[in-house]
Ligand binder design. Sequence first.
Ligand SMILES: [Zn+2]
Ligand SMILES: [Zn+2]
Length: 229
Amino acid sequence: MSDLAPGILRIPTRGDGDNCFVVTDEDGLTLVDAGWKSAPTVIRHAVETAGGRLADVRRIVITHAHPDHVRGLAELASRTGADVLVHEQDAPWLAAGRVPRHGRSGRLGRTIDRLPLLHWQPVTATGTLTDGERVGSLRVIHTPGHSPGHIALLHEPSGALLVGDAVFHRGALATGPDALAADPATRDASYARLPRDVTAVGFSHGTPLLGDEVGHFTTWLAATTDRAG
Ligand SMILES: [Zn+2]
Ligand SMILES: [Zn+2]
């Protein structure tokens, strides 16, 4: 684990590539995403190493209802008693325990969603999120495409941006596979909604960009948005 920005801890929950984030807020901790089924143990250890307790988690914000972000959720929700918040358009997926058939644009996505490994214990969100809403110190930015209710989160105190699965950074910056996205055509419009003047970028998949490296992200975003033109 490492600091993404003051007040935000990045917790790699599987290898060094799949990340959850913990934000220190005035009333306790805000956890962003719940990872795979093994993630709760890793998250608990990281929070305790940082001097906190799992019981300090006040809310769990889900960037989108895909298995690698929510399979650990039922356990974390019950162990913390925290509120569970997700965009209103992904809330039905969260409650269904799997991505619905219309939730992937390609056959590959629909095929893998049949695997029990990609199903999760259904969770009813305690609240739903909409674009522009503030949750703790995070501003919600609705960025549909990867899923209908996908959100990015701007940490307003530090200016750090959490992009979820809107952008991947495994070696290079990339848009995720079309087949796994609900509606790939809407992703470019979502990129245009992301703020550019940020201090750090945290990815759900891949290594963060800090300081001057953020320029790689803004350049990539501009090129991608231009191409969509
Ligand atoms: Zn995803
Ligand atoms: Zn993901």
